[in-house]
Write a protein that binds this ligand. Structure first.
Ligand SMILES: Cc1cc2nc3c(=O)[nH]c(=O)nc-3n(C[C@H](O)[C@H](O)[C@H](O)COP(=O)(O)O)c2cc1C
Length: 326
C-alpha cells in the first residue's frame, strides 16, 4: 500500500506474525521514471524472511518492460502489474484501474511483461471492472491468455472505490476459470471475514490491506484457524505495543526527524487502528501535536488487559461493507 508498506512497516508486521508473502508499494513507471530507492529498500533489505513481490503501475509497455528487467536484478519473488488503483490522478492517465477501460492495451502489456519476466513469476492485481462488473468476463479471458502465475482480485469496480461489499461471486468465477491460483482481496477485517471470503470463493489465499494496519496479528489468527490451532487473543496493551514499535521503526529510517511531522505520519496509521474503539479515541488522536500527547492518548485508551475490539465499526468511512461476511 502506497505510503504504508515501506521498510519500517514491514519490519513491524514481521515482528507481530506477518504475512506469508508481501507486495511492495507500487513503483510508478513512465518515460522518466527510475526505480525509487525508498521503495527498493523494502526489497534489498527485506526484513520479513518471506518472499516479496515488486509491484509496478504504468501504461507504457516499453517502460514497464524496462522497469521489470531492472527489478529482476534484485531479490524479488515476482513482478506484479497494478490494474486496480482507483485514484483519479492515476486512472485518468490510463494506469492502474484506468487500464481496465483498455482491454487491448492490457492484452499487449501482459504479453510483453510475461515474456520479459521469463522464469520469474509474473502476477496481476486487478479490480473486476472500471464501471461495471459486466466487464470482468472479458478481462478474465485476457488474463487466461497470458500464463500469469497469480491473479489477485480486489472484488470491486474502480468506480466502487472502497465503500461497498465485494463481489465474491466474481472472485469465485475467476477461481473456477483461471489456470493459476487466485487470491481474494477486499474487506477482510478479522479472522471470521477472512475465513468466510475464502470459503465462498475457494480462493487459494487472501490479500489483506487495511485490516492488517488495524490488526497485524490477523495473518497469525487466520493461519491458526485454518490449522485448528488456538487463535492469538489480542489485548489493548498489545495494540499499544504495536503502536510504540511502529513509531520507533518509522522514526528510525528518517534522517531529519521532526517530532511533530512524525506524529502526523503516525496519525495516518492510527485512523485505521482506532476503528472499533470508543469514538473519543479517534477524536482525541486527531488533535495531538507532540509525541508526549500522542502516547498519552494511546495509553488512555489502550493501557489495559481487556481484549481489543475484534471488528471495526461497520459504518466507519474506512471499513464498510464487510458485514456480508459475518
Ligand atoms: C492507503 C492505501 C494504499 C494502497 N496502495 C496500494 C498499492 O500501492 N498497490 C495495490 O495493489 N493496492 C493498493 N491499495 C489497495 C489495497 O491493496 C487493497 O486492494 C484494498 O485496500 C482492499 O483491500 P483491504 O480491504 O484488505 O484493504 C491501497 C489501499 C490503501 C487504503
Amino acid at each position: 500500500m502506497q505510503d504504508v508498506t515501506d521498510l519500517p512497516f514491514l519490519r513491524t508486521m514481521a515482528a507481530f506474525g506477518g504475512a506469508d508473502v508481501y507486495v511492495t508499494e507500487y513503483f510508478r513507471v513512465h518515460i522518466h521514471s527510475r526505480i525509487e530507492p525508498y521503495i527498493l529498500r523494502s526489497i534489498t533489505e527485506n526484513p520479513t524472511d518471506r518472499p516479496i513481490i515488486a509491484q509496478m503501475i504504468g501504461q507504457d509497455a516499453d517502460e514497464l518492460v524496462r522497469t521489470a528487467l531492472e527489478l529482476k536484478k534484485h531479490p524479488i519473488a515476482g513482478v506484479d502489474l497494478n490494474l486496480g488503483c482507483p485514484a483519479p490522478v492515476v486512472y485518468r492517465k490510463n494506469a492502474g484501474g484506468g487500464l481496465l477501460r483498455k482491454p487491448d492495451q492490457i492484452d499487449t502489456l501482459l504479453g510483453r511483461l510475461r515474456e520479459a519476466c521469463g522464469e520469474l513469476p509474473f502476477t496481476v492485481k486487478t479490480r473486476i471492472g472500471f464501471e461495471s462488473e459486466d466487464e470482468f468476463e472479458s478481462l478474465l479471458h485476457i488474463f487466461k491468455k497470458h500464463a500469469i502465475d497469480l491473479l489477485t482480485i480486489h472484488g470491486r469496480t474502480v468506480k466502487e472505490r472502497y465503500q461497498t461489499p465485494v463481489h465474491d461471486d466474481w472472485v469465485r468465477r475467476a477461481v473456477e476459470q483461471m489456470p493459476c491460483p487466485v487470491i481474494a482481496n477486499g474487506n477482510v477485517v478479522n479472522c471470521q471475514t477472512g475465513l468466510a471470503y475464502l470459503k465462498c470463493t475457494q480462493a487459494a489465499g487472501l490479500m489483506i490491506g487495511r485490516g492488517a494496519i488495524r490488526n497485524p496479528w490477523i495473518f497469525e489468527q487466520i493461519r491458526a484457524s485454518l490449522s485448528d490451532a488456538p487463535s492469538p487473543m489480542v489485548t489493548k496493551r498489545m495494540v499499544l505495543n504495536y503502536i510504540e514499535r511502529l513509531f520507533e521503526e518509522t522514526a528510525a529510517v528518517i534522517s531529519d526527524f521532526v517530532e511533530n511531522k512524525h506524529v502526523q505520519k503516525m496519525k495516518k496509521y492510527l485512523v485505521y487502528i482506532v476503528q472499533g474503539y470508543d469514538a473519543g479515541f479517534e477524536h482525541d488522536i486527531r488533535r495531538v501535536k507532540t509525541k508526549a500527547e500522542f502516547f498519552a492518548i494511546c495509553r488512555h485508551y489502550l493501557d489495559s488487559h481487556d481484549p481489543a475490539p475484534d471488528l471495526p465499526s461497520e459504518n466507519s468511512k474506512l471499513f464498510c461493507g464487510f458485514s456480508q461476511f459475518l
